[in-house]
Structures are given as structure tokens and as C-alpha cells.
Design a protein around this ligand. Structure first.
Ligand SMILES: [Fe+2]
Length: 236
């Protein structure tokens, strides 16, 4: 399947949805491309590029940063590095061990790199057992960018959802039509006090939409949707 770029926030944020096969399920993931205030490109949760997609990206500008924002979102980092050898790679903590084969320049933390500080705020989700990520707030557009802290799949999902996906989402995790964290979060919140602090920090940010990796974007009542989805941890 050929993937192409959707211009989401004109001139600033671009999205690419791409199919993945994970845990026996077929679903989609999403790459986010942000044009920073210095005009350089920041590629978040990258997908595999074909020639057409690469030329679309190259028309947007210079790829300066490759971001692997979660410990489950690293699959195509090496492909991107091969295409953009001068870009710097930033990994979610833990990936340096899980993917010891990956070359990287920096580990992401709670503070933005000084070069993208005008554009982003960021928060590390830690204390969890299986899955973690770094959340980003794109300040100029009030856009929260997550990967797995919220998934939004239900009747209005813009892709076909297979039987296995429907079973897990409906019968097991009760997250069909109800945006919730990825199952790997729900199965092991770990130290909820630590996680809660990070979620509260995210909720203190000014945002009006949420880009997520799996499912439909959250563009209405975004902060209320996130608060509801994370209520089990926030109440801890
Ligand atoms: Fe994911």
C-alpha cells in the first residue's frame, strides 16, 4: 500500500498513516512530521519510506531529527537513518537496550532539546511495566502528540477493523468507541504515582487536539477525552 502525506495543519504539521501487523492484528500507525520554527523537519514515529513518499518529504524541507517516541515505536528508525544520514536520532528511554542495534544520538527526557524548545514541551512517561513513551506538546498549534497513551478506534474508524482487533477492543479492553490507553499500558501501570504525575503535567498543557498513532485523531473536547481515558490512574 502506497502511503502519502496529509497536510494536517497547513505548513506546519503533516501526517502519514501506514499499515502495520502487530500481535496478530492488522491496524494502522501514524507518522507525524513537524516543520519547526527554524524550518527543519522533525519526524516522529517514522514509517518506511518508498521513493514517492521520500520525495514528498524532501519537498517539505530538510529532515533534521528522527524521533522514536515510544518503546513500541522504533521499527523503521534504521530505514530513516539510511535515507537521512545527517539527521540526529532521539530514542525513548529503554530503546537503547531493547534495540541495542540502533544507532542513536540522544535519549529523550522531560525537557525539550534546546533546538526545538521554541516549538515543544515534552513529558516522559515512566514507572510503567511494559510500555512507555514521551509525550510532546507542539506549542504553536496547541497540538498534543502521543503514540500509545490514547488509542481511538470504534464505529467511525476510518479503516476496516479485523475480527481480532474488534474482539480485543470490544470484549476484553472495552475501548471500542471509548478512547483509552493501549492495552500494554492498561495491563501494567506499575507505579501509578509516578505515571499520574506525568499525566497531570500533560493535562496542565494548553492543547485542543491530539494526534495519536492508532485510530482517529481527537479533535473535539481533547482535554476531557484524555482526562476520561486516564481516569484510573488520575484517581490513584
Ligand atoms: Fe503503538
Amino acid at each position: 500500500m502506497a502511503c502519502s502525506i496529509e497536510e494536517y495543519i497547513p505548513g506546519v504539521i503533516y501526517l502519514v498513516e501506514y499499515p502495520i501487523h502487530f500481535g496478530g492484528m492488522d491496524l494502522f500507525s501514524r507518522m507525524t512530521i513537524v516543520r519547526l520554527s527554524d524550518r527543519k523537519l522533525w519526524l516522529h514515529s517514522p514509517c518506511k519510506l518508498d521513493a514517492a513518499l521520500k520525495s514528498e518529504i524532501d519537498r517539505l524541507g530538510e529532515v533534521a531529527y528522527i524521533i522514536a517516541p515510544g518503546n513500541f515505536h522504533h521499527r523503521y528508525v534504521a530505514d530513516l537513518q539510511a535515507e537521512y544520514p545527517n539527521a540526529e536520532t532521539f530514542l525513548c528511554p529503554g530503546l537503547e537496550k531493547k534495540r541495542a542495534d540502533l544507532r542513536f544520538d540522544w535519549i529523550l527526557g522531560n525537557r525539550p532539546d534546546p533546538r526545538w524548545e521554541p516549538d515543544f514541551e515534552q513529558a516522559l512517561i515512566q514507572g510503567t511495566r511494559m510500555i512507555n513513551e514521551v509525550a510532546f506538546l507542539h506549542k504553536p498549534t496547541r497540538t498534543l502528540i502521543l503514540v500509545d497513551l490514547l488509542e481511538n478506534i470504534g464505529d467511525d474508524y476510518t479503516h476496516e477493523a479485523g475480527l481480532l482487533l474488534r474482539f480485543w477492543w470490544k470484549a476484553v479492553f472495552h475501548m471500542w468507541n471509548h478512547p483509552k490507553p493501549a492495552p500494554e499500558y492498561q495491563l501494567g501501570w506499575g507505579d501509578k504515582e509516578i505515571v499520574k504525575k506525568a499525566l497531570e503535567r500533560i493535562l496542565s498543557w494548553e492543547f485542543e487536539r491530539i494526534i495519536i498513532a492508532h485510530g482517529n485523531l481527537i479533535e473535539t473536547d481533547a482535554k476531557a477525552v484524555a482526562t476520561k481515558a486516564w481516569e484510573n490512574v488520575l484517581k490513584a
